[in-house]
Design a protein around this ligand. Structure first.
Ligand code: ZN
Length: 452
């Protein structure tokens, strides 16, 4: 910790959620990039503070953490041919459009996705990028540069598709790569961008796309590579019953058996969706410490099913939240995703699922999913990643419990967001970001991409 940096007391928030049982009713002190101390309700900081920010209008949370996204999909939001279909035809309609992705369009897409996330209180995002058409070999490098420019944190996953239509897979041949190309580039990206340890800004993980779009070979080799470099593994699993049928027909295995057969059933792995598991599979995932990114909006939009989040957690599975790609959500809004998770899980388990449990998934749970111990809660020594929501405006008028109001009244925009001790959202806006210009350029790129 930089002890010579000025100390900033974020003082007396309206309400605070620490994601642990520590008391920060009087706010917290930020010094350098970390939280120096929590101030109990009615208390004062232990040491003098050079700066004070009065948080009396704000609900204070750890920065929200998004564990599953496809940033590039902001270019294909609410597109007619993918608006009202389930996963497999949705993918088959979109693959040819996505195959035309260019570096300029991707850069705009990442900027839009990150700005949206940031404005919703998100400070760390995972992205799953698996499209590398000719000319876009440096897609993940582009993503890393935008993440650094925006001042957020990200786990960027080097996705891959290696099983084309000709070989019994789902994606067209034009979108798949050879396994040796995927593996060499995976290793290059780890060496170029992966940061280990507290305060990491960019981390790399390896992410063959799904059982129906990659060969077993690339799954096995990716696991070995991840082990060698101590990075995480990510894939889509058990999202739909179509996928389960595919695994049975192609491999003669259910999804978790397939995962185990390729060496992925371990605590290095987190799975996008994780819906269609039976009791025995949930127990095996829990025993292995394999994590799940719950994506409620996408799961409802594509009618994929409902993840058994409380059962997963009871079995020991770390669970976090993901907004999923913007062609199946179609918003990159983490605080609204926590609301969706709360309501979907209440529908499954009952109205006594607490608001704070959903906030826990979006913070501490998501940090565990990404294998991070330096973010996701408010505690001394943790990174100063904070989301602050002002309960102003019509939608909050007449509300009583500020923490409950955040989700029940549908907060959708943070007023202040800090990442590593630096304010990245001020008065509900990203300083120096021309949102109108970005929107105009991104919309034009989206029109061009779809038009072909
Ligand atoms: Zn996804």
């Amino acid at each position: 910790m930089n002890t010579t940096a000025p100390r900033l007391w974020i003082k007396n928030p309206l309400a605070v959620f620490t994601a642990n049982d520590l008391d920060a009713g009087g706010g917290l002190v930020v010094c350098g990039d970390r939280i120096a101390e929590l101030v109990p309700a009615g208390g004062q900081p232990l040491q003098p503070c050079e700066e004070v920010y009065d948080a009396g209008r704000h609900v204070l949370l750890p920065g929200l953490i998004n564990t599953h996204h496809h940033f590039y999909q902001t270019l294909t939001r609410a597109w007619g041919p993918a608006a009202d279909v389930p996963l497999f035809p949705w993918l088959q309609n979109l693959y040819p459009v996505w195959a035309r992705l260019t570096p300029d369009a991707l850069e705009l897409a990442v900027e839009v996705a990150l700005a949206e996330l940031l404005l919703s209180g998100c400070t760390t995002a995972a992205d799953h990028h698996y499209l590398f058409p000719d000319g876009l070999q440096d897609a993940v490098d582009i993503e890393a540069s935008v993440v650094r420019r925006m001042g957020m944190r990200a786990t960027l996953t080097r996705g891959s598709m290696t099983l084309g239509e000709d070989d019994g897979g789902l994606p067209p041949r034009s979108t798949v790569q050879r396994a040796d190309v995927v593996l060499a580039d995976s290793e290059r990206l780890i060496r170029a961008h992966h940061e280990a340890g507290p305060g990491a800004v960019v981390q790399i993980a390896l992410a063959p796309c799904s059982p129906f779009s990659v060969t077993s070979e690339v799954m096995v080799e990716s696991a070995a590579l991840a082990e060698r470099h101590d990075v995480r593994l990510h894939t889509h699993l058990a999202e739909t019953l179509d996928e389960e049928d595919f695994c049975r027909e192609k491999y003669g295995l259910r999804t978790v058996d397939y995962l185990e057969s390729v060496g992925w059933l371990g605590d290095r792995t987190w799975l996008g969706h994780g819906i269609h598991f039976d009791d025995a599979e949930i127990a095996r995932l829990g025993a292995a410490g394999t994590a799940v990114a719950h994506c409620p909006t996408s799961n409802m939009r594509l009618a994929s099913g409902t993840a058994r989040v409380l059962d997963l957690e009871a079995a020991g599975v770390p669970v976090g939240l993901g907004v999923d790609g913007s062609a199946s959500n179609d918003a990159s809004n983490m605080i609204l995703e926590a609301r969706q998770a709360l309501y979907l899980q209440r529908l499954r388990y009952g109205a006594d699922v607490p608001v704070t449990r959903a906030l826990g998934w979006a913070t501490r749970g998501s940090a565990a999913v990404l294998g991070r111990t330096d973010i996701g809660q408010l505690a001394p020594g943790m990174q100063a990643d904070l989301a602050m929501f002002a309960l102003d405006g019509l939608r909050f008028s007449g509300s009583h419990d500020p923490l409950a109001a955040l989700l029940l009244c549908g907060a959708d925009r943070a007023d202040r967001v800090m990442v590593g001790g630096v304010w990245r959202v001020v008065d509900g806006a990203v300083p120096d970001l021309d949102v109108d210009a970005l929107t105009a350029r991104h919309s034009e790129a989206a029109r061009r991409l779809v038009a072909g």
